[in-house]
Write a new protein. Structure first.
Length: 131
């Protein structure tokens, strides 16, 4: 279970909760060796992450968020790594490798990203929207 702090924007909190639930479901499907469920959940996680990042980036641009380029760069990097891992899963069906990636790398990145970058970003955007 991913433990993270809420941020100042409801859409981000909703998206973070969906990400965390899908992440947990993916780990469960991997443990159950349910490849069809893993395929479906991995596709959802990728689509959800792309859509969330796009919405977040639009909000950052509309609020003229100064560190937008740095935040966008992190999004691009994460999407590339996620896509690489999804491709590896499709080609190799290495459940142990995908499980390790999700349980360690993704979990650590997600909590850190939400609690640091998204926390600051959401606060800035919320303040800009309130003006």
């Amino acid at each position: 279970m991913l433990t993270y702090n809420p941020v100042a924007l409801d859409f981000m909190n909703h998206d973070h909760a969906d990400f965390a639930a899908t992440h947990d479901a993916l780990l469960t499907a991997l443990a159950a060796t349910d490849s069809a469920q893993v395929d479906e959940l991995l596709k959802h996680l990728l689509t959800h992450t792309r859509d969330h990042f796009a919405a977040e980036e639009t909000a950052m641009q509309q609020a003229n968020f100064p560190p937008y380029p740095m935040h966008k760069m992190e999004h691009d990097k994460v999407l590339a790594v996620f896509q690489q891992q999804a491709d590896n899963w499709q080609n190799q069906r290495d459940a142990a490798s995908l499980q390790k990636f999700l349980a360690e790398d993704v979990a650590q990145w997600f909590v850190q990203h939400v609690n640091m970058m998204d926390f600051v970003t959401a606060r800035y955007i919320a303040q800009a929207q309130a003006q």
